[in-house]
Design a protein. Structure first.
Length: 191
């Protein structure tokens, strides 16, 4: 079976240490059987980072491992209450430590059909909520005053990308966006 990963770069070798925190199913390498979905996510990733070119990576996946009981697999057939609770727990996890015991999680991600259906008023709400959370994190983790934290966030390239609906960054978790800001503060660049 061929699975796809959308990115802003070609990925020849999968390196899980590069995975981001606060993702729907936890830290990991996300694949899709839907080529068009992966292509759209590649465009979004490139827009989020402001570097690279949309790249569709393809991988051969041996489906035999899904049936041989060698891996712990969780599958969500569709959006459900259980799926939403699982995603919420993972998005709130700011560590690389998995909050679940599964090797593979299969199911819809909030960035696809659900994320694309969010309207402008919800975008604004989500941007404001993430911004508030990040200001609090800067105060708690960096020891900044409220004014310093607000100035740091609102003058950052990360905030420019967060507040641009085309990037879709507002559909990510606070932890995910905060990791970009931390990198920007450390290196001067998001990517």
């Amino acid at each position: 079976m061929i699975l796809y990963h959308g990115s802003n770069v070609e990925i020849g070798r999968i390196d899980l240490s590069l995975s981001k925190v606060g993702k729907d199913f936890g830290c990991g390498f996300y694949l899709s059987a839907d080529k068009e979905q992966a292509r759209e996510l590649a465009e979004r990733k490139t827009e989020q980072l402001g570097t690279g070119v949309p790249t569709l990576n393809a991988y051969e996946f041996d489906t035999g491992c899904l049936d041989d009981n060698s891996l712990r697999i969780l599958e969500f057939q569709s959006y459900s209450k259980e799926w939403a609770e699982f995603v919420l727990k993972n998005r709130r996890n700011r560590t690389r430590m998995q909050i679940h015991p599964y090797d593979i999680v299969i199911g819809p991600i909030a960035d696809d059909a659900v994320g694309y259906q969010i309207r402008m008023t919800k975008e604004t709400f989500m941007i404001e909520e993430i911004s508030k959370d990040i200001v609090l994190l800067l105060m708690e983790e960096q020891g900044m005053s409220l004014e310093e934290a607000m100035r740091t966030l609102y003058t950052s390239d990360t905030y420019d990308r967060l507040s641009n609906p085309r990037t879709g960054l507002y559909t990510q978790s606070t932890a995910y966006v905060y990791e970009y800001l931390e990198k920007e503060l450390t290196t001067g660049k998001i990517a």
